[in-house]
Design a binder for this molecule. Structure first.
Ligand code: THU
Length: 141
């Protein structure tokens, strides 16, 4: 199946997902929209915790929802983050843990990470650019 979803459309979904963020401690709200090979889009937001460590990022929320739904093939993810009450206009790059989760399910040469950069702009990276020499299941064989 040929999947047509523009980067700008996926980013718009990420901005909508950001509105669901539960971030009472950092006040930093993040949304993610993950496009699977099936054509479905999975949304995620960051969900914080009073004990801090259990906090989950928007990207992993989206991935874990999708994997639960038996998705294993992913094309791209869009991310938009920023302080509560402000626009998500600055680059919000995925943390190291989220990059490692992407590495589990995605081809680093093909999977694309689209980051909001300004209100109208965005930058697109491959996972391999964000996580060079990443450790994956291939290392264990
Ligand atoms: N956060 C994300 O959800 N995704 C990112 O790409 C960076 C950071 C969240 C985690 C935490 O709730 C808040 O942003 C501040 O670090």
């Amino acid at each position: 199946m040929d999947i047509i979803m523009k980067d700008t459309e996926l980013l718009e979904e990420a901005r909508k997902a950001r509105m669901r963020a539960y971030a009472p401690y950092s006040g930093f709200m993040v949304g993610a929209a993950l496009l699977a090979g099936s054509g479905r889009v999975y949304h995620g937001c960051n969900i914080e915790n009073a004990s801090y460590t259990p906090t989950i990022c928007a990207e992993r929320t989206a991935f874990f929802k999708a994997v639960f739904e038996r998705e294993r093939d992913f094309l791209k993810i869009a991310v938009a983050g920023g302080k509560k009450g402000e626009e998500a206009d600055k680059l919000c790059a995925p943390c190291g843990v989220c990059r490692q989760v992407m590495m589990e399910f995605c081809d680093p040469e093909k999977f694309q990470v689209i980051l909001a950069d300004g209100m109208d702009g965005h930058r697109t990276f491959t996972l391999g650019e964000l996580l060079p020499y990443g450790f994956g299941s291939g290392n264990l064989v």
